[in-house]
Ligand binder design. Sequence first.
Ligand code: DAH
Length: 360
Amino acid sequence: MSDIAISDIEAIRSRFQADIDTASDLSSLDAIRVSALGKKGEISMMMRGLGKMSPEEKTVMGPALNGLKNDVAALVDIRKTALENEALDAALASEMMDMSLPVSRKNGTLHPVQQVMEEMAVIFSDMGFSVAEGPDIEDDFHNFTALNFPPGHPARDMHDTFFMVPDSDGQQKVLRTHTSPVQIRTMMSQKPPIRIIAPGRTYRCDSDQTHTPMFHQVEGLVIGEDIHMGHLKGCLMDFVSAFFETDVDVRFRPHHFPFTEPSAEMDVRYERDGASIKIGQGNDWMEILGCGMVHPNVLTACGINPDVYQGFAFGMGVDRLAMLKYGMPDLRDMFAGDPRWLGHYGFSPLVQASLESGLS
Ligand code: DAH
């Protein structure tokens, strides 16, 4: 005869139930679970004793012990959910934020990157552009292939791409390395004439004083029947003077991008004055953007007939333009989230950038 009886099982159940009901946190609950159901737990040891019982005892004690084990496990689960909910309620109560409170004029500021994106949107919308968007997690087709970077093309390596873990269907997505995939999405979903800018986050595996793994770009795209390089130049010249709020000389240098032909980089005239940089004067030139006429292969990939339509595109780094315009020395400070930095360089959220009243 074994040394446990059915009546003992009832007593053990009540004892564990009382312990479980009074467990005050998840770790003491887990200690109770281990003491009952762990490898050397009380109930596990009793179940091990089943092997030594006679067949008659086993038919009684087997189901009784199994029932005890399941009941205790269920009680632990119920208490666990209750404790988790209590912890969540406590966190929600202590971290509550009243979104209906008025904005504090003293503390809240607009980040310079946001400010500069809004300034760009104001300038380009005045020229008839609208704002387009695309996802930060892109597929290879939109980020590379449709932009005339065939698989294996060396220019792909220059993008220091962050690759995602492949999907279940084997597709490997990337964090977009530029905002140019929004060109593709726009051309595939809209008919020409097209005139858009696409501001957004971009990512490359790179970090130093002038590079951060996440940064911002604004892409531009114009497609129509008689668009030529003169339109591109005029548009970008008007843009920089409006953006820097002064007359700015520019210079276009031939360059190479897979998705444009011909391609160019645009420089602005500048001068270094001690630690600060003055755009629009001096004898030095600084590169601020890439541009070109959309490559026929890109138009074709998007279902647009290159014999009928042409267009131009451009792309620029928002963070760098913000640094140049507002005199911030280190790119990394932009994303450190230091309220003192934001207090100094931030903008009032209550003043809208506009061409009439001034951009900043
Ligand atoms: N996507 C380029 C980059 O990230 C920038 C760029 C250059 C965009 C030329 C354009 C363009 O649309 O025409 O380096």
